[in-house]
Design a protein around this ligand. Sequence first.
Ligand SMILES: Nc1ncnc2c1ncn2[C@@H]1O[C@H](COP(=O)(O)OP(=O)(O)OP(=O)(O)O)[C@@H](O)[C@H]1O
Ligand SMILES: [Mg+2]
Length: 356
Amino acid sequence: MIELKNIDVTFQNKTQTVQAVKDVSLVVDQGDIYGIVGYSGAGKSTLVRTINLLQRPTSGEVIVHGQRLVDLPPKELRASRKKIGMIFQHFNLMRSRTVAGNVAYPLRKSGLTKQEINQKVDELLELVGLADKKNTFPSQLSGGQKQRVAIARALANDPEVLLCDEATSALDPKTTNSILELLKDLNKKLNLTIVIITHEMQVVKEICNKVAVMENGEVVEKGDLVSIFTAPKNQLTKEFINTATHIDQALDKLAKHPTLLQLSKNDVLANITYVGESTSSPLIATLYAQFGVVTNILYGNVEILQETPIGNLIVVLSGEPAQREKAIAYLESNDVTVKLLDHNQKVVAFNKEKVV
Ligand SMILES: Nc1ncnc2c1ncn2[C@@H]1O[C@H](COP(=O)(O)OP(=O)(O)OP(=O)(O)O)[C@@H](O)[C@H]1O
Ligand SMILES: [Mg+2]
C-alpha cells in the first residue's frame, strides 16, 4: 500500500549538510498500524512527511497504491494527497473557527453542498465522540478533545491512510489511551491504515502491529510487533523495549536495595521471558520437583501483544550449580529464554560483595 524505497533526505544549510533520512526502505500494508520509534532528531517526521511528499526525498521512491508520487503532475498529486490524512502533536486547529468549522475546512473545495458538508461534519464528530461540541471553539476544549477534532478533520476527505506525528505526546496517560483506543477503532471500522510516529514504546505496544526503530536517519530494525518485542536484535530497540516492560527500572531498584536480594552462593539472578500460553507456574513447580531448584520471583510483567501473552520475570534461582544448569536447560527446552544477569555491572558488583 505504501512503499518507501531507498529514501534519502538531505538538508543543505549555509554551513552544513544534514542527512536526515538515510537509505530507508519500508512497506506499510493496508490495515497496518505501523509504529516508527526513535529519539528526537532521528528523522521520523522527515521520513513520514515523504509519504505525502510534504517532504520530497532527495532520492528514492515513494509508491502509494502503486503510484509513484514524485512522477505525478500537481493536480493528481493533490488528489492523491487527499487520501492521506495527518495529525500532529499540537493539533494545529484554527482558533477562530468552531469545531464544525475546523472539520468542514478540508471540504470547502469538495463540490459538496452546504447541507452535505454539514451532514458529513456531523458524521465525523459522531465518529470521534464529539457530537455535542459542534459549535464550541477550540480554546474551550481539552487536549484530548482537540486531538479528536483534528482526527475528524483529517478524516474529512475519507483518507485511506492517517499519519500521526507524536499525536499523543502532549496528552496525559489516560487521554493518550483514549486517543489510541479511538485510532484502533478507526483502523477496524474504516480499514484505515495508520502510521504513527512516537518516542514512546508504550504507544507502539498499545496499538501497533508493526514497528520500525530509527536512529540517525536510519531504520536500524523493523518487523512485526511480537517478534521485535520478544527477539530484539539492535541495542536501541532493546532500550526502547525496556522502557515499556520496566525491566531496567526493576533491575535498578534491585541494585539499589541490596536487601531485596538475599543472594547466597547457590543463588543466581536471572531474567526469564516466554511467549504464548506457557504459564510460568507449572514450570516453576517442575523446577523444584525435578531439580530441587527454588524460584523466587522478584519482579513480573505480562504483556498481551497482538493477543499473545509475553511474560518477563526477574527471578532468583536457588540450588546446587549442576541442578541449576539442568533447570535452566529444562526451561530453555520449554521455549523459555533465560538470561543470567551477571552481565549487569551493578548487580554483579553487588553480587560479589554479597557472596564473598
Ligand atoms: N527543514 C529542515 N532543514 C534543516 N534540517 C532539518 C529540517 N528538518 C529536519 N532537519 C534535521 O533533520 C534531522 C531529523 O529531524 P526530524 O524532525 O525528522 O527528527 P524527528 O525524529 O522527527 O525528531 P523529533 O522527535 O524531535 O520530532 C534533525 O537533525 C533535524 O535538525
Ligand atoms: Mg518529529
